[in-house]
Design a protein around this ligand. Sequence first.
Ligand code: MRU
Length: 346
Amino acid sequence: MKEIRTIEFKDDILYLIDQRKLPGKYEIFQCRDYRDVDFAIKDMVVRGAPAIGATAAYGVVLAAREFLTEEKDSFFTKMEEALNTLNNSRPTAVNLMWAIKRMKDLIEENKELSVESIYEEIKKEADIIFTEDIETNKSMAKHGNEIIGKGYTILTHCNTGALATVGYGTALGVVREAHYTGKDIFVYADETRPRLQGGRLTAWELVQEEIPSKLIADNVAATLIRDGEIDVILVGADRIATNGDTANKIGTFMLSVIAKAYNVPFYIVAPTTTIDFDIETGKEIEIEERDASEVTHIDGVRIAPEGIEVYNPAFDVTPWENISGIITEKGIVRAPYKENILSLRR
Ligand code: MRU
């Protein structure tokens, strides 16, 4: 198995694989302060809910490092500003807010310590978030593999692999596990317009790992599902409400409707850090709208006429009724979601 290092923190620099450039170029983007991290999340140098969370945690480390020589009061004021900036870098993936809150609570618990010691604690915590993410993904992969039969054909959407996490992946982590445990699987990867995370990133990971697969235009999925070519659909999540409604990459909802119409199992694979225990339904999830140029241009080349207006939501919400189960690191959660999701709270 090839190891993909999406995020690496060394000598006070955060190194990120620049996902805007893949698969054409493999380049590393360096973040030297929290403003670079804010930019990297906003501009999607790094993307995918768990990867954004871990990246933001190191953004907090870089902020604390920058303000190390400040008086304590000023340190807290500047940290507050940095935490708010990072918290607002993208709105939908709750792993970001989860990581920032974890750091905020840690700073509060250690406020009597010296600035130097608080910095040390923050750095330790970011390393824990980093390590936990890989462990969580591996355990989700094991649970998920239980529902994968020998010779299954799996359909997936967006990129949920090592690139979307610290390592291994969520839905693509289950695919990896199934492949390496000899399940003899085949994968169809949606290209995922408009940012093409499937065509550029999932396809890149599948090729790296030599997992038997084909890339399809998003419009092909319905035909494959109707024709009985798909055994299971596995997707990730950016935010899950306590009733099971799930926000994920735009197009996920449409897939879930088709899956339900043709009785194809539709699973979400996500760590419990993607559950927003503060909201009851998907209606409360803020859906990010991104720049029109993502739709009017491909690789900088205009494909739509000047003057056309664009609607470009980056995510949609799949209602719990369309979801067969949510695969987490603690096991597979099924309906009744409300009861079963709340029991996952740490
Ligand atoms: O806009 P992106 O690329 O950050 O969206 C990513 C997704 O929607 C993924 O499916 C989701 O974050 C889960 S990936 C582990």
